[in-house]
Design a protein around this ligand. Structure first.
Ligand SMILES: [Zn+2]
Length: 261
C-alpha cells in the first residue's frame, strides 16, 4: 500500500498547485464527507502538506485530506509522480476516480483538460476528509527517540504492530516497518515494553536515515527488504542468513533471526 514515503512524493509533486483557485470539484460521495464540494468550490489553495500517509490540500475554506488506503494513487496536472505502484495492478480506469479537482489557472497552459488533482482508487478503501487535525502520532521521517519512547510506554504489543499503529507513529506501512526494524537489529515480535534505550534510539534513527534514503530512491519499495527480496527464498543482505517470515498483527513480517534480536 502507499506508505508515508509515497504520500511525501505526492506532496512534493503537488507544490505547483499552491496559489491556484479551485474551479470545480467532483468527488465520489461514497468516500467523502457531506458538503465537501460546496466547501471547496472557489477556495484558494494555500499549501500542500502531509501528515503520516495523508496528503493535505490546505485551502482558505478547509483542509482536504487524501487518505490513499490500500490502492490509492494521485495524479497532478495529468501526470503520475509515481508511475506504477508495485503493490497495485497498474491499471487505471476513470470509474475508479474518487476525486477530480480542476483549478484556475488550469493544469496545463494549452488547457488540455487534465484535472490538477486526481485520486484514483480501484478498491475504494481510501477516503477524503475535511478534518484539519488528524489523530496521528509523530512523523516517520523526523521521529526522535524521545517521541518513540513516549509512544511505546508500557505497551505490551509487538514492536512491529506498534510501529504500524498510526496513532503511535504516523506514516509507516508494512514495508517501512520491516525495514527500520531490520536496520535497527530488533526482532519484529519483541514486546514494545521490553525494548532498551539503545534499541529505541536505533529504531528512531533508522526511521530518519534509512527512510530518507528510500524516499530519495523512489519510495517504500526501495529498501533492503524490497518486494523482490521478500518474494524469494531470501537471504539477509547483511549477513547471508536465511530470512524468516512471521505473521504479526495479521501482517507478514520479513526479518533476519541472525541479526535482529
Ligand atoms: Zn541478518
Amino acid at each position: 500500500m502507499p506508505e508515508g514515503l509515497e504520500a511525501e512524493i505526492w506532496r512534493r509533486a503537488a507544490q505547483p498547485i499552491v496559489g491556484r483557485s479551485i474551479r470545480h470539484v467532483w468527488c465520489d460521495e461514497r468516500v467523502a464527507p457531506d458538503g465537501l464540494v460546496d466547501t471547496l468550490n472557489d477556495a484558494r489553495i494555500l499549501a500542500v502538506d502531509r501528515t503520516g500517509k495523508v496528503v493535505q490540500i490546505v485551502t482558505d475554506a478547509g483542509v482536504l485530506g487524501l487518505h490513499l488506503g490500500m490502492t490509492g494513487r494521485i495524479e497532478i496536472d495529468g501526470t503520475a509522480p509515481i508511475e506504477r505502484l508495485e503493490y497495485a495492478s497498474g491499471a487505471d480506469r476513470p470509474e475508479w476516480d474518487r476525486l477530480r479537482l480542476t483549478t484556475l489557472p488550469a493544469a496545463t497552459v494549452d488547457g488540455s483538460g487534465a484535472p490538477a488533482v486526481r485520486m484514483n482508487d480501484p478498491r475504494r478503501l481510501g477516503r477524503l476528509s475535511l478534518d484539519e487535525h488528524l489523530e496521528l502520532g509523530p512523523d516517520l521521517l523526523t521521529l526522535s527517540a524521545a517521541e518513540l519512547g513516549g509512544a511505546l510506554g508500557r505497551r505490551t504489543v509487538a514492536i512491529k504492530s506498534l510501529l504500524l499503529d498510526q496513532a503511535a507513529v504516523a506514516g509507516l506501512g508494512n514495508l517501512c516497518a520491516d525495514e527500520v526494524l531490520f536496520w535497527a537489529g530488533v526482532a519484529p515480535g519483541r514486546s514494545a515494553d521490553e525494548l532498551g534505550e539503545k534499541e529505541i534510539v536505533a529504531i528512531a534513527r533508522a526511521c530518519r536515515t534509512r527512510l530518507s534514503k528510500m524516499l530519495e530512491a523512489g519510495g517504500s519499495t526501495h529498501g533492503a527488504l524490497s518486494p523482490q527480496v521478500r518474494a524469494g527464498p531470501a537471504v539477509c543482505p547483511r549477513d547471508g542468513a536465511p530470512l524468516q517470515r512471521s505473521t504479526i498483527g495479521a501482517r507478514t513480517a520479513v526479518w533476519c533471526p541472525a541479526h535482529q534480536r
